[in-house]
Design a protein around this ligand. Structure first.
Ligand code: ADP
Ligand code: MG
Length: 263
């Protein structure tokens, strides 16, 4: 059964979408079966996967509101390596319409249940706010991956986010865990970034991934070519960092999962 990971941070521009697209591609490159669910009406993860958000027949709107089965909504990324549920401006309407439903927080969880066995990982790219779409992502997820930039106010924002996650979890999903905290757009020559990084490790210990994503122009360019960086420029520092992160996630999962019983 897939591990469902919501990639969330109420702040915009911290690397949520870049992380979703490049992790999906990197895990697919290690032969994991991956589904990426774009829940941001901006549709950046959709476009970054090489899928035209204006041309798709179905989007997360259909999944959440119309109850179109996930299998009908799913498309392939441009390289055919991972699966995608697209988002576009229609998803804004989903946010509003969701309010009308009974058990509105678990619409996504229920919708994904029928495809959970088809994947090893399901990533959910959240919008940069804590709205009903993000609540649905938290309701559907096993864990939350938080990308963050090591800036001055970052720790404050992170503490607030983790507080909100635990409050939400208490209501919609008591088993929700923190998957990990990812340092993005990192510049090791920046002293403040190093200080914030140290504090982060003090506060959150092992939850902070060892892998750091550097600021890398290839990661920023790749979306305009409609491809994750590992296809656009495999040798770039950004592509290598996300491949390393995928490796770290897989090793972590092996450590925490119970070993198969000996016969
Ligand atoms: P979010 O989804 O949190 O809003 P994005 O992933 O869209 O953030 O990233 C915000 C902007 O920063 C985008 O233009 C993206 O291409 C760029 N970006 C993200 N990560 C990096 C990185 N490691 N190095 C350079 N640019 C990056
Ligand atoms: Mg985004």
């Amino acid at each position: 059964m897939a591990r469902v990971i919501a990639v969330a941070n109420q702040k915009g521009g911290v690397g949520k979408t870049t992380t979703c697209v490049n992790l999906a591609a990197s895990l697919a490159a290690t032969r994991r079966r991956v589904l990426l669910v774009d829940l941001d009406p901006q549709g950046n993860a959709t476009m970054g996967s090489g899928v035209d958000k204006y041309e798709v027949e179905y989007s997360a709107y259909d999944l959440l509101v119309e109850e179109t089965p996930a299998k009908e909504v799913i498309v392939k990324d441009t390289n055919g390596k991972y699966d995608l549920i697209a988002a576009n401006a229609d998803v804004t309407a989903a946010e509003i319409k969701l309010m009308e439903f009974f058990a509105r927080e678990v619409r996504l969880r229920n919708a994904l249940a029928e495809v959970q066995d088809d994947y090893d990982f399901i990533f959910i790219d959240c919008p940069p706010s804590l709205n009903m779409l993000t609540v649905n992502a938290m309701g559907a997820a096993d864990s939350v991956l938080v990308p963050m930039q090591c800036e001055y106010y970052a720790l404050e924002g992170l503490t607030a986010l983790i507080d909100t996650i635990s409050k939400l979890a208490a209501v919609v999903n008591p088993d929700l865990a923190i998957e990990g905290i990812l340092r993005t757009m990192y510049d090791p020559r920046n002293r403040l970034a190093n200080d914030v990084s140290d504090q982060l490790k003090q506060h959150f210990g092992d939850k902070v991934y060892r892998t750091v994503i550097p600021r890398n122009v290839r990661l920023a360019e790749a979306p305009s070519f409609g491809a994750p960086a590992i296809y656009y420029d495999k040798s770039s520092a950004g592509a290598k960092a996300y491949l390393a992160l995928a490796g770290e996630m897989l090793r972590r999962a092996e450590r925490t999962e119970p070993q198969a019983e000996e016969v």
